[in-house]
Write a protein that binds this ligand. Sequence first.
Ligand code: GTP
Ligand code: MG
Length: 138
Amino acid sequence: TERTLVLVKPDAVERRLTGEVLRRVEAKGYRLVALELRTATADLLDEHYAEHRGKPFFSPLVEFMMSGPLVAAVVEGERVIEGFRSLAGATDPTVAAPGTVRGDLGRDWGTTVVQNLVHGSDSAESAAREIGLWFPGL
Ligand code: GTP
Ligand code: MG
């Protein structure tokens, strides 16, 4: 069985959508194995989004992710990495499919960086790296 890192981003926490996101994760049949409300530091986000260093949206992305508390979770289940990405929907919430978190609950607010409510690891390698970063004790 597999594990993935899920972040309920600051926009979702601010909009009181934490419960809705976690509800969908649990309704799908996945299991929470770690869960924490916290405010991320620049250092942690610099590591988390290392693949985007140097891109024009990197600074706004880190600023946005530090703009308020977020919820970090480790979620477990068969093929959960792919499964959560499917629940989350496409990166751009304007075109994310209805039925997904981003498609049902997200939109473009005209902000510099697209605010898309959730993060989920995109591969087994990313999941291992990100879980080690956010939950070093696990
Ligand atoms: P995460 O789950 O947050 O990693 O989103 P993702 O995997 O769907 O997208 P990706 O890892 O490619 O990008 C990370 C974040 O950077 C996205 O959630 C967006 O907020 C932002 N981002 C990605 N690509 C672009 C882009 O081309 N332009 C802008 N403005 N922002 C982007
Ligand atoms: Mg990503």
